[in-house]
Write a protein that binds this ligand. Structure first.
Ligand code: DX5
Ligand code: ZN
Length: 219
């Protein structure tokens, strides 16, 4: 098993100290900054959007990995790109024309990710679609909130997707999101995950200290 990458999710950050929190994870070697955008329709909660991303973009150098939990995300892809996203991940379940939405992300010059919810099977992503992606996100909790428990049945989905990607001769990274912490890192790593999103595990308590421990486990 090689090294897996870390994408701290700012959903669990202290927003009174957002700039410092982002600086801390950058300094501690985070690979991506995971930014959860929620619309209150696709998921029950509302988080933050373009003005916040635009503001934090002014200081942060890290790759902005925007996870859009938004219905009909194609309505906002261009704006997300303009306000500083480097990668944009949309949900398969959120749009009627996933191909067009992925193409639009690429037309904006950004990396395109596709996410599936826990109840969506890996087979819902066709080979043709898979070949267009820069990232495949397997949700390991129901999207909408931080701090939930890892759904055990996700492990098989990660393994199945890894096998498909390998069989097709592709090198798309698999990202996992939800309930990833010191106790579940090994499970998802062994199953084939490449990028681990972590919210509460990074930002609850001492951010820099947590990053040191988690980075060690991801080696
Ligand atoms: C949930 C979000 C996650 C969330 C993960 O819908 O997509 O990125 O921040 O939080 P933890 O790591 O606490 O499960
Ligand atoms: Zn997320």
């Amino acid at each position: 098993m090689g090294k897996v990458k870390i994408a701290p999710s700012i959903l669990s950050a202290d927003f009174n100290e957002l700039g410092r929190e982002i600086h801390d994870v950058e300094t501690e070697g985070a690979d991506y900054l995971h930014i959860d955008v929620m619309d209150g329709v696709f998921v029950p909660s509302i988080s933050f959007g373009m003005p916040v991303i635009k503001s934090i973009r002014k200081k942060a150098k890290i790759f902005f990995d925007v996870h859009m939990m938004v219905t009909k995300p194609e309505r906002y892809i261009k704006e997300m790109a303009d306000c500083g996203a480097d990668g944009i991940t949309i949900h398969l379940e959120a749009t009627d024309d996933v191909d067009a939405a992925i193409d639009l992300i690429h037309e904006c010059g950004k990396k395109a990710g596709l996410s599936i919810k826990p109840e969506t099977p890996v087979s819902a992503v066709s080979d043709e679609l898979l070949k267009k992606l820069d990232l495949l996100l397997i949700m390991t909790v129901q999207p909408g909130f931080g701090g939930q428990k890892y759904i055990e049945s996700s492990t098989e989905k990660i393994k199945e997707m890894k096998k498909r990607i390998n069989d097709l001769g592709l090198s798309i990274p698999i990202q996992v999101d939800g309930g990833i912490n010191a106790s579940t890192i090994d499970i998802v790593k062994e199953a084939g995950a490449d990028i681990l999103v972590m919210g509460s595990a990074v930002f609850e308590g001492n951010t820099a200290g947590n990053m040191k421990v988690l980075s060690e486990k991801c080696q």
